[in-house]
Each structure stands twice: as structure tokens, then as C-alpha cells.
Design a protein around this ligand. Structure first.
Ligand code: SAH
Ligand code: SF4
Ligand code: F3S
Length: 499
């Protein structure tokens, strides 16, 4: 079932709110319970559904857009779609907020502080709008999919012009047209979407590295996580469309692609007419001329031996794996709904390390999950001491409305959480530096991306995803070059270009 939730709001504010809370059909809001329902609907692949009404094709002539993006790579890539759609309407990009005629904020809902940043930004934008009511301001992304956020926008942010969700980015030209013609806040957020739109354009931020969606949504429902609600059920793109996109990128001179999915390991599991999994996709992509293949994110619970074999045997699949552990305590992992134990993780980690030469492994860790005792936390530290990750993203648990964990008693004090994060980061940094020290005097391959403004040095990433700085010529940008490392820091390597 496709639920199309369209709100119009403005002059008839009081009336609209009353109707909304009375549950009128017209005035529905994104519904977390609806969003949670997973059906066995066949995913439709639509190849013509993105289009622009003829009167919107030149709407953006002499107009500038500004976009600000919060959150993960998926949002960054979605913003690349928003940019292309706006440019198809003849808008041009500006990095200067005050020069913009149209402003879009692409939001993230993963933790409370992501919310706070966006609401802070909206405060600033309200003043801009007050001074110049002609500026159009829109909000999109994961926060737009949250019921509580839409309620708040209705109550306090009526000055916004339009809001759209993660499932209907391709409808932006129509939503914008509606907002312009009605002169009222237009909110169009779908709770569910079963389709994959294959003709969405992208204005990519880089000419050398590209994000490639291989799937949308997530069905895992880790108890702390809002993503399955705001991104919908898992829908894998058909391999032929992914392969076509990769071929186009190669033709356009791209050197590196990163395959995107909330859990790439489960790619293809939703296909009902073929057996084709992530290892098959990696194998097929590795046969192309692309120099570097990366992927995020891999869930430890379904990382197969077949995947390890494929990564090990193909030089253009980069030896870098982001493998979130979340906690070192089995009790907490269970409460989090992660379907592996600490022992399973360690076994997988060691298998990857012993099979894939020079592989680097990073992780995500949450501290202060409800019920996490000092002993549980010590288990996490012990695990970090044992595995010595190359890098980790560390977070304090943030309760999210609508998730299962919100019902658990959050019994770790704020001070305790902060202290645990501090202790954990100290350890993570120690091993990040120790891992980097292994690179001293080694020669590594770096895809040079740009010149660093501060130092004037060229920067790029090694095959193992280490940020590297070196002296060199601007003509090196976009090339994979050899760099001999002569200095290391916790988060970066420094070296000399090796000819
Ligand atoms: N799909 C990825 C994770 C995407 S979210 C995976 O399963 O690995 C990125 C990270 O944010 C998660 O790995 C987790 O560590 C963190 N995170 C998610 N929800 C959170 C919450 N409610 N509080 C704190 N951190 C959270
Ligand atoms: Fe969230 Fe878990 Fe899905 Fe990752 S796998 S997006 S943590 S529910
Ligand atoms: Fe945030 Fe949405 Fe990504 S919640 S982390 S932007 S999928």
C-alpha cells in the first residue's frame, strides 16, 4: 500500500490543525506504525517517473539554490539528486546562503543532536525569510519522515514553504510548483514506498569518486535505530541498472565508486525472481574497468565467506571494511537487537584479517545504551583492546521516538555517558595512531582528490581509506599516485610523491 500524505497549510492554520488531529483523511501525517509495516510487495522499477512540468523547466533561470546536508552518505547522495533536479529546472548553485533564492535543508534523524542542529539552522533561516519573504525554504530528508517532527513543523514552523520525504525526492518539481502556486506550506511525505525510480539524475560532488545506491531502506530494526522507519523497507536495485550506472561513471572518468546500502550484505535478499547476492554484485562490478570499489555498511551478522573470497581475489575491491560492532557486551548486543555475539564478531574480524591482505577495519560503537553497566562498558573497552580497530565512530545513545529501545529505562546518567565516551575515544585514538604507524616508510596508492586549502598539500585516500597528504602537482588531481609515508598522525598520513 502506498500512502500519499499531502498537507497544505497556511491561511487556514487553525482549521487545518484541528482537522489533522481529528484524523481527517486529507490531513494525515507520516505514521511511524505504517512505516514499520513490512509487506511482501513486489518492488516496481519505474524508469519514467521523474519528470519536470513544462512550466517549471525554466523556473530557476537567474535564480540560485543553496543546499545544506546533514547525516550519512545516503543523504549526501540524495542531495546530489536534489541538486541535479534543481539544475534541471535551470537553478544554479551557490555556496552563499545569503545569495540564495531557494534553500533546502536535507536532514538526519539518527540522534537528538542531529535534530538540534537542524532546528538551530531553521532559527537562522526564519530571520532570512522575515527579511526577504520571496526566498523559498524547504526541508527534506529523514526528519521529514518523523511524525513528531511534522507535528512540530505544523505548530512552530509555518513559515517554511515545503517539506518532502526520503521516498519522493523525484517529485520535487511538482512539490515546488505547488508551494509557489498556493503560497502556503506544502508537506508531501509518504510513509511507505515500494518503488525504485531509475531515472533520477545526480549532480555529483566529485569528478573522481561517486556514490552508487545499490539498495534502499532497511529491515533490520536494531532497537535503537530510526532508519528502518524513515527509509522504508529494503528494496534492492536490479543489477543491470547498477552495472549501467557503473559503466557510465567509468566512461565519465570516475576512478572510485562506493556502493551504498544500510546493510549491503543483505543486497538481493528481497529479489523474488532471481538468486543474486552482494558477492555476485561485487564480482560483476570488479570485472569492469573501475579502479576502486568500496562499500558501506556491512552488518557483522550476515558477512559471508563468499564475500570475503570475492574481496580477497579482486584487486579493485578495496581492502577496507566498515563493520559496526556497537557494543562489546553480549547482554547489550541482545538488547540492541543485533543478531550476533561478541564471539561471532571476533571470529569474523579475525577471518577477514587473515584472508584479506593489509585490510583495515573500522567500526561504530554506542555507549550508554539503557542497562549498560560499568562491566558492560569494560567489555567494550576490552574488545577494542583486543581488536585494535583502525578507526571508529563513537556515539552516546540517543533515544529515538518510535523505536523499540525507547521503552527501555535509560538508566545511565549523562555524566556517566560522557565519561564512557571520553574513555572509549582515548582508546580508539591510541589504536588509530598505532595502526597508522605501520605505514611509516611504506609506499601506498592514493587517489588524489584535491588541494588542501590550509596547507596547499594534495590530499586523497589510500586503498585502506587513510587520509593522506603529500606535495605534488595540481595535475595529479584525479590520479592514483604512489606516496611514500614519512610522518603519521592519529587521523592522517603524510608523505612524498614517489615517481
Ligand atoms: N546501517 C548501519 C548504521 C547506520 S546508522 C549499520 O547497521 O551498521 C550509523 C550509526 O549510528 C550506527 O552504526 C550506530 O552506531 C549509530 N546510531 C544509530 N542509532 C543511534 C542512536 N539512537 N543513538 C546513538 N547512536 C546511534
Ligand atoms: Fe539501523 Fe540496524 Fe538498519 Fe543499521 S542495520 S540502519 S543500525 S536498523
Ligand atoms: Fe541520518 Fe537518515 Fe542517514 S537518519 S544517518 S541521514 S539514513
Amino acid at each position: 500500500m502506498l500512502v500519499n500524505l499531502t498537507f497544505y497549510y497556511g491561511k487556514i492554520l487553525t482549521c487545518a490543525i484541528i482537522l489533522m488531529f481529528l484524523g481527517s483523511d486529507k490531513m494525515q501525517k507520516p505514521n511511524m506504525i505504517e512505516a514499520q509495516k513490512r509487506g511482501h510487495l513486489k518492488t516496481k522499477v519505474l524508469t519514467n517517473d521523474y519528470n519536470i512540468p513544462s512550466d517549471m523547466q525554466s523556473y530557476g533561470v537567474n535564480k540560485k539554490y543553496y543546499i545544506e546536508t546533514y547525516g550519512c552518505q545516503m543523504n549526501v547522495h540524495d542531495s546530489e539528486a536534489v541538486k541535479a533536479i534543481l539544475e534541471d529546472m535551470s537553478f544554479t548553485n551557490t555556496k552563499d546562503l545569503s545569495a540564495a533564492d531557494l534553500i533546502i535543508i536535507n536532514t538526519c534523524a539518527i540522534r537528538e543532536n542531529a535534530h538540534n542542529k537542524v532546528f538551530g539552522k531553521l532559527g537562522q533561516l526564519k530571520n532570512l525569510k522575515k527579511n526577504n519573504p520571496n526566498i523559498m525554504i524547504g526541508l527534506c530528508g529523514c526528519m521529514a519522515q518523523e511524525e513528531v517532527v511534522i507535528d512540530l513543523l505544523f505548530k512552530k514552523y509555518q513559515w517554511l514553504d515545503f517539506v518532502f520525504g526520503t521516498h519522493n525526492i523525484y517529485k520535487l518539481p511538482f512539490i515546488l510548483k505547488e508551494a509557489i502556486t498556493k503560497g502556503e506550506l506544502v508537506v508531501e511525505v509518504w510513509s511507505k514506498e515500494g518503488n525504485i525510480i531509475e531515472n533520477i539524475p545526480f549532480k555529483r560532488d566529485s569528478n573522481y569518486k561517486a556514490w552508487v545506491n545499490i539498495m534502499y531502506g532497511c529491515d533490520n530494526f536494531c532497537t535503537y535505530c530510526i532508519v528502518p522507519y524513515v527509509r522504508g523497507r529494503q528494496r534492492s536495485r536490479r543489477p543491470n541498472y547498477i552495472m549501467d550506472e557503473v559503466q557510465e561513471l567509468i566512461k565519465a572518468g570516475y576512478k572510485e565508486i562506493t556502493l551504498l546500502g544500510q546493510n549491503v550484505n543483505s543486497y538481493g535478499r528481497d529479489f523474488i525472481d532471481q538468486n543474486y547476492d552482494f558477492a555476485d554484485l561485487l564480482t560483476d562490478i570488479s570485472k569492469t574497468d573501475i579502479d576502486r570499489i568500496r562499500f558501506v555498511t556491512s552488518n557483522p551478522w550476515d558477512f559471508t565467506d563468499k564475500m570475503i573470497e570475492v574481496i580477497k581475489n579482486n584487486k579493485n575491491i578495496m581492502p577496507y571494511i566498515h563493520l559496526p560492532i556497537q557494543s562489546g557486551s553480549n547482554k547489550i548486543l541482545k538488547l540492541m537487537g543485533r543478531r550476533y555475539t561478541k564471539e561471532d564478531y571476533i571470529e569474523l574480524f579475525n577471518k577477514i584479517k587473515s584472508n584479506i591482505k593489509n585490510v583495515s577495519i573500522s567500526t561504530d560503537i554506542i555507549v550508554g545504551f539503557p542497562g549498560e553497566t560499568e562491566e558492560d562498558f569494560q567489555e567494550t573497552l576490552a574488545l577494542v583492546n583486543e581488536l585494535k580497530f583502525d578507526f571508529a565512530f563513537t556515539f552516546v545513545y540517543s533515544p529515538r521516538e518510535g523505536t523499540a529501545a525507547i521503552k527501555l529505562k535509560d538508566n545511565v546518567s549523562e555524566d556517566e555517558k560522557k565519561e564512557r565516551l571520553y574513555q572509549l575515544n582515548k582508546l580508539i585514538n591510541k589504536y588509530a595512531l598505532a595502526n597508522n604507524q605501520k605505514y611509516l616508510l611504506q609506499t601506498v596508492k592514493v587517489l588524489i582528490e584535491k588541494q588542501d586549502v590550509k596547507t596547499g598539500l594534495l590530499t586523497g585516500y589510500t586503498e585502506t581509506n587513510k587520509l593522506t597528504y603529500c606535495k605534488g602537482d595540481l595535475s595529479d588531481i584525479g590520479k592514483i599516485v604512489l606516496v611514500q609515508i614519512n610522518k603519521v598522525k592519529t587521523w592522517s598520513l603524510y608523505g612524498e610523491r614517489n615517481f
